[in-house]
Design a protein around this ligand. Structure first.
Ligand code: SAM
Length: 238
């Protein structure tokens, strides 16, 4: 899976990739993450990428020309058949597990990070295939949002997460939250691990986990129960 991130601040995207399982996946060639400095497509001697909004008001808007040029240059230099261009924006569709599964089925995602007051509307109209928000709040830029998408989508790419840690057991994989997890010691500050987990009885443990998963979901996220078991997207849907 490949990610191409168009940004004014490549270093924000590169830092998390130098650690943890994402680094290993990149080193092993399972993932490719390229950053593209928007400034390189800026105009004039100062490589200008932003301008004042038509109609007045404060702040600066990222101009359409450098963003179109950056994305078109990615498409030309790194052609991929199953490619999706995404604008990170607080006005986009909410990002969730189903969206991460769907996006993991593409071969490559191009992620456009906005800054300042946002991006010229023509990027949304004429360049992005879709617009994604990571939540109902406003960040200063799209880089952290791009990293959230890269991290969540990458975990679903085969071999990124190690064999011992199945993403199929994670929260949301079957529409529910995961059951509680414990490790040693068996008693910590008076709080004991449930007996069943120490029993070695695999069927009883599986039943307890399934029940706790439902109970956790009922208690913390009852809204998820209505959609539990909903089909996740497959390759044919893309
Ligand atoms: N003026 C814009 C608005 O009200 O919709 C917000 C611009 S925001 C300060 C700058 C950039 O941060 C956006 O263009 C977008 O790329 C990114 N961003 C901010 N919040 C985001 C969110 N919740 N999800 C995804 N990207 C976000």
């Amino acid at each position: 899976m490949e990610f191409d991130v168009v940004t004014l601040f490549p270093e924000i995207v590169e830092a998390p990739l130098s650690r943890t399982i994402l680094r290993r996946a990149v080193e092993e060639g399972i993932l490719t993450v390229r950053t593209h400095d928007l400034r390189e497509h800026g105009e004039g001697p100062h490589r200008r990428v932003d301008d004042q909004p038509y109609g007045g008001g404060g702040g600066m808007i990222l101009k359409p020309e450098p963003i179109f040029a950056a994305v078109e240059s990615v498409l030309e230099r790194h052609p991929r058949s199953a490619s999706r261009t995404i604008l990170l924006s607080p006005q986009g569709a909410p990002f969730d597990h189903a969206a991460a599964v769907r996006l993991s089925l593409y071969g490559r995602l191009i992620l456009i990070c906005g800054r300042y007051e946002g991006v010229d509307e023509r990027v949304r109209e004429g360049l992005a295939d879709e617009e994604i928000s990571i939540g109902d709040y406003v960040l200063t830029g799209g880089e952290l949002a791009a990293m959230v998408v890269i991290d969540a989508v990458s975990r679903l790419v085969p071999r990124v997460v190690g064999e011992g840690e199945s993403v199929l057991r994670d929260s949301f994989a079957d529409g529910l939250l995961q059951h509680p997890q414990y490790t040693r010691p068996a008693v910590f500050r008076g709080m004991a691990v449930p007996d069943v987990l120490l029993s070695g009885r695999h069927e009883a443990i599986a039943a307890w986990r399934a029940e706790m998963s439902r109970a956790n979901t009922r208690k913390r996220r009852p809204d998820l129960l209505a959609c539990a078991g909903r089909a996740t997207p497959k390759h044919d849907d893309v």
